[in-house]
Design a protein around this ligand. Structure first.
Ligand code: G
Ligand code: MN
Length: 424
């Protein structure tokens, strides 16, 4: 089928959709409405695997591209569509309420399902599933995508080919508010601890990972998982103070002999390159610390909404001498796809691989292959989660030069590593 035939079918599809493709939004539309908040629709092609199996990957690719094209043409001005890393379509619907957003997404879903491409065994088309959520005024893009993802999963579990919607996040009480996080930064209840990364060949310190910790009123110290998203939407002053804390923790260690770098965890919101608090935090760091002594770790849970924009940012950072690491490599989103897409300098191998060493599993073979892979790519490897001397020996014998874990040093305040105090 010629390209023009496909386009003709797309146009016929469009013509069946009143209110679309003519620069007018269904429902209240984004322009007259408040710019804050809005909704997000996540669209995913059903059974792409089956299509790839019955046709070929090129067909699946062309179908996704044609759907992308169709959605772009159909979306009213002011509304955006982005392809996420895992091949989903993210519809940004500012100013739309949940019902309008669901109605619009539903129509776009039908339109996308009418896109047809020529496969190896004939014409190919696929239904799609969608998840639609409201974006709270305080909510980051990433959390909204995660939320939509869980709603989309429900649509899929119900058999696909449907749109599911959800009200705002259902458990706000467990998430700290911006004010709580800001107060915690101000009172230094939130601070950065540092964990050494060792050169396993001579046991010297290669660098430190900066890890956020929040000392709660009851004395419990918690990691960033419950509040990292809130951090990405604290007001400007908060992100500046947090960056100050990061720099203050890192600077004395970089002045020490031996520690070559400090590595910071970055989320998808930072990588997104938009003007979020995370971006301001990043810029402050780049202005304050020498970039060639810094590493940014892309955390496993980072949702990269726009890979091209992220790749662009990574190029710019690396041009300044900063290095990029993939965190928790080998699990979840920290995978070969990400390694293929982004030029990275360091692979931090997830602790589950180290944990399994010496057992009946295949960890040894996988780690040995990763060493070869890293050599070919010119990247360093850090083995995470080293808890015993035995593990040090095993990973070193496999050719891994760097390690991190409780056996080599627990996260502690910077002063602990300067020998002038200790971590309480
Ligand atoms: O995802 P990431 O690798 O950035 O996680 C770092 C977290 O892992 C920190 O919270 C740190 O306390 C924890 N950690 C560091 N070393 C070890 C270890 O040896 N074992 C375990 N279980 N956790 C560790
Ligand atoms: Mn990390």
């Amino acid at each position: 089928m010629a390209q023009s035939d496909v386009l003709a079918m797309v146009r016929r599809g469009l013509a069946r959709l009143p209110g679309l493709g003519r620069g007018r939004a269904a429902g209240p539309g984004p322009r007259g409405a408040a710019s804050k908040g809005g909704a997000l629709g996540l669209l995913d092609v059903d059974d792409l695997k089956g299509l790839n199996a019955s046709s070929d990957f090129d067909t699946g690719d062309r179908l996704l591209n044609a759907i992308d094209d169709t959605l772009r043409r159909a979306l009213p001005k002011g509304l955006g569509v982005e392809r996420s890393e895992n091949g989903r379509f993210v519809l940004w619907l500012p100013g739309l309420g949940l019902d309008d957003a669901a109605a619009l997404t539903e129509r776009l879903r039908h339109l996308a399902a009418s896109v047809v491409v020529e496969g190896t065994t004939g014409l190919m088309a696929r239904t799609l599933s969608a998840g639609v959520v409201r974006i709270g005024t305080d909510e980051s893009r990433n959390r909204a995508v995660l939320h939509a993802d869980s709603v989309l999963a429900r649509a899929k579990a119900l058999g696909g080919n449907r749109t599911e919607t959800a009200r705002a996040i259902t458990s706000p009480s467990i998430l700290p508010t911006r004010a709580e996080v800001e107060a915690a930064i101000d009172s230094a209840a939130i601070e950065y601890h540092l964990q050494p990364i060792a050169d396993l060949r001579d046991r010297g310190v290669a660098g430190f990972e900066a890890l956020l910790r929040w000392r709660k009123d009851d004395g419990a110290v918690v990691g960033p998982a419950p509040f990292v998203d809130t951090l990405d939407r604290i007001p400007e002053a908060g992100s500046e103070r947090l960056a100050d804390l990061a720099c203050a923790a890192a600077r004395p260690l970089l002045a020490e002999d031996g520690a070559h770098y400090v590595t910071f965890n970055i989320t998808g919101a930072v990588l997104d390159g938009q003007n979020s608090p995370g971006c301001r935090w990043m810029r402050h760091l780049l202005d304050t610390l020498p970039p060639d002594r810094m590493v940014f770790e892309i955390v496993e849970t980072a949702i990269v909404v726009n890979p091209a924009r992220a790749a662009d940012l990574i190029d710019k950072l690396r041009a300044q001498g900063l290095r990029i690491a993939l965190d928790d490599f080998g699990t979840g989103l920290s995978n070969l796809e990400r390694l293929r897409r982004f030029p990275v300098d360091i692979l931090k191998i997830d602790r589950s691989f180290v944990d399994g060493l010496g057992g009946a599993g295949r960890e040894e073979a996988i780690l040995a292959s990763l060493v070869t892979l890293a050599e070919r790519l010119g990247t360093d490897i850090v083995a995470e989660g080293i808890e015993t001397e035995r593990q040090v020996e095993t990973v070193r014998d496999l050719g891994i030069h760097f390690g991190q874990g409780y056996h080599l040093g627990r996260p502690a305040r910077a002063m602990n590593w300067l020998g002038t105090g200790s971590d309480a």
